[in-house]
Design a protein around this ligand. Structure first.
Ligand code: GDP
Ligand code: MG
Length: 392
């Protein structure tokens, strides 16, 4: 029989990233093996991770494998992705939501193009802490080869420093996912050391229940005799009956006079809850899907921003022709659907499959912030996925 998940340790989301074939999946399997022997995880073999199920998110198909495990102090959800395109999509849409990352670099091969691109992506989407697994250390164990590993370590530290990660302080742990999977005690010990580095170097993320309240409106209803109700999922913060809130889009401030979840009244709701909010004195037609209910003064709606955008390829259901400056698709930002003008700057053209930086001017103001994910749609299909990098 299945038992309910009991939260006894703080939870974090982490993931492996790095160039193809540097050993991300092997390392992921090795971590689960070592922790299963400690009794705080279930071993997930290589082929179960590499045949990841396809997850649909915002209409984009993303291949991602999640494994979960515990160390002495924390509970982790760990993601591993099979292909480079999956990293790009997952990271730009914010689907991965990484609190920290394990950058896997083969000590045999050193930094490769996807190593650099993943570090760049991590920086852009706000992954603030990276721990390096210098993998395949079993293959560079003696003589001249050992010097090679030292050089790769230096090179990785420099790369991280160049991207604002303070490479001198980043833990670099020499591991062998392959040998640890085979049960070699020297290398299972190295996996333990890597996990200790993650436990100590990646801090607990800020608790989003303490952030100012924000709920994107999904639906609006009228309850006869009681007033207007908005429904949606609380994105962050906490709200209680009697709290003052602002409805962005309707440009009005009001008080929450009732709170329910799945038909049951509640005193307070928090990030992650699906709720209905009864709003005092707000006319039914003043508020719409796409508006945002928030703690007064906590967000300022804006319309211009820069973003990092992945343009889906034709094979992924996206466009077959390039996007140019002047393109005017629909932007799906939280629950809002707003037209926007695209400016590609000096790059001028983005081909399907490219990841580019663009400036967007929306047709109206919406609450925007760095790190916010969005989808770009055209004629009812998703053609791009992006993350706000700067609000202008
Ligand atoms: P990914 O593409 O980064 O997920 O890499 P994989 O985990 O699929 O590994 C790619 C190849 O490198 C496979 O042939 C692995 O057996 C091999 N490999 C992975 N880890 C190690 C390691 O620690 N030592 C050695 N010698 N080979 C490894
Ligand atoms: Mg893999």
């Amino acid at each position: 029989s299945r038992t309910a998940y009991v939260r006894t340790k703080p939870h974090l989301n982490i993931g492996t990233m790095g160039h193809v074939d540097h050993g991300k999946t092997t390392l992921t399997a090795a971590i689960t093996k070592v922790l299963s022997e400690r009794g705080t995880g279930t071993f997930v073999p290589f082929d179960r991770i590499d045949r990841a199920p396809e997850e649909a998110r915002r209409g984009i198909t993303i291949n991602v494998a999640h494994v979960e495990y515990e160390t002495d102090t924390r509970h982790y959800a760990h993601v591993d992705m099979p292909g480079h395109a999956d990293y790009v999509k997952n990271m730009v849409t914010g689907a991965a939501q990484l609190d920290g990352a394990i950058l896997v670099v083969s000590a045999l091969d050193g930094i490769m193009p996807q190593t650099t691109e993943h570090v760049l992506l991590a920086r852009q989407v706000g992954v603030d802490h990276i721990v390096v697994a210098l993998n395949k250390a079993d293959a560079v164990d003696d003589g001249e080869d050992a010097v090679l590993a030292d050089l790769v370590e230096l090179e990785v530290r420099e790369l991280l420093t160049a991207h604002g990660y303070g490479g001198d302080a980043v833990p670099v742990v020499r591991v062998s996912g392959l040998k640890a999977l085979e049960g070699d005690p020297r290398w299972t010990g190295a996996i333990e050391a890597l996990l200790d580095a993650v436990d100590t170097y990646v801090p607990m993320p800020v608790r989003y229940v303490d952030a100012p309240f924000l709920l994107p409106v999904e639906n609006v209803l009228t309850i006869t005799g009681r007033g207007t109700v908005v429904t949606g999922a609380v994105e962050r913060g906490t709200v209680r009956v009697g709290d003052r809130v602002e409805v962005l889009g309707a440009d009005t401030e009001t008080v929450v006079t009732g709170l329910e979840t799945f038909g049951k009244p509640m005193e307070s709701a928090q990030a992650g809850d699906n709720v209905a909010l009864l709003l005092r004195g707000v006319p039914r037609d003043a508020v719409r899907r796409g508006h945002v209910v928030a703690a007064p003064g906590s967000v300022e709606p804006r319309r211009r921003f820069t973003a990092r955008v992945y343009v889906l390829s034709g094979r992924e259901g996206g466009r077959t022709t390039p996007v140019t400056t002047g393109y005017r698709p629909q932007f799906y930002v939280r629950t809002a659907d707003v037209v926007g003008d695209v400016d590609l700057g000096e790059v001028a053209v983005a081909r399907p499959g490219d990841t580019v930086t663009m400036t967007v001017e929306l047709g109206r103001d919406v609450p925007l912030e760095p790190g916010l994910g969005f989808a770009i749609r055209e004629g009812g299909r998703t053609v791009g996925a992006g993350t706000v990098t700067e609000v202008l």
